[in-house]
Structures are given as C-alpha cells and as structure tokens.
Design a protein around this ligand. Structure first.
Ligand SMILES: [Zn+2]
Length: 64
C-alpha cells in the first residue's frame, strides 16, 4: 500500500513529503529529513508511533 506522508502533518511548516510503499525504509527516509532539515533526531520507534497516531497500524508499517 502506498502512502503519502506530509511533513506538515507532523507539526512542521514544511512542504516536504514522502510518497511510497509503507515500510521501515520509508520511516528511515522520514527520519533523515527530520534530522537534516529540522534538527530533530527522532528514533525509529518514535516515528512509527507518529504514524500509528495518524491511523496506520503498526503491523502495516512493518509488513508492507
Ligand atoms: Zn520538513
């Protein structure tokens, strides 16, 4: 399943978005962006939790 993750949905005034298959590697891309552009080094687990809070199930992130 493809998802679109908009940075601004996660509390930043930023036009960056990621689109792709929901997966850990997408999480890693997002993590890189938060770190390099916003100076926040979220853990992978914290990012998974953020997606879960936006209605994605934990299993769907790990398995798709
Ligand atoms: Zn951003």
């Amino acid at each position: 399943m493809t998802v679109k993750i908009l940075c601004k949905d996660y509390g930043f005034e930023c036009e960056y978005f990621l689109e792709g298959r929901k997966s850990i590697s997408l999480i890693k891309e997002l993590r890189k962006h938060f770190d390099s552009e916003h100076g926040i080094d979220y853990s992978e687990e914290a990012l998974i939790q953020m997606l879960v809070n936006h209605g994605h199930s934990r299993d769907s992130i790990r398995n798709e």
